[in-house]
Design a protein. Structure first.
Length: 114
């Protein structure tokens, strides 16, 4: 099993930036891909950005140009740098690891509001 712990969420004004972190532990050798998803109130969980199984990156159209996913293999960590944040980015952000099945962190709240 893999355990995922997110951090870095919070309240930020429109136009601001946040950096989310996800630390993975456990059977990390079984991880095939990792990424970030989000879920806003009343909406379904949606992809934000991921590293694919081929190692490339994939971004939602709504965040392209504003968000960058990165990783530190030595730390078993994945990061999400979010810039030019908008109120519609408000959601709980979840770290995801794909091991042939999905494993999720507990989520971190991001609120964009003035």
């Amino acid at each position: 099993q893999v355990q995922l712990v997110e951090s870095g969420g919070g309240l930020v004004q429109p136009g601001g930036s946040l950096r989310l972190s996800c630390a993975a532990s456990g059977t990390i050798f079984s991880i095939k891909a990792m990424g970030w998803y989000r879920q806003a109130p009343g909406k379904e969980r949606e992809l934000v950005a991921t590293f694919t199984t081929a190692g490339s990156t994939n971004y939602a159209d709504s965040v392209k140009g504003r968000v960058t996913i990165s990783r530190d293999n030595a730390k078993n960590a994945v990061y999400l740098q979010m810039n030019s944040l908008k109120p519609e980015d408000t959601a709980v952000y979840y770290c995801n690891a794909y091991l042939g099945y999905n494993s999720w962190g507990q989520g971190t709240q991001v609120t964009v509001s003035s």
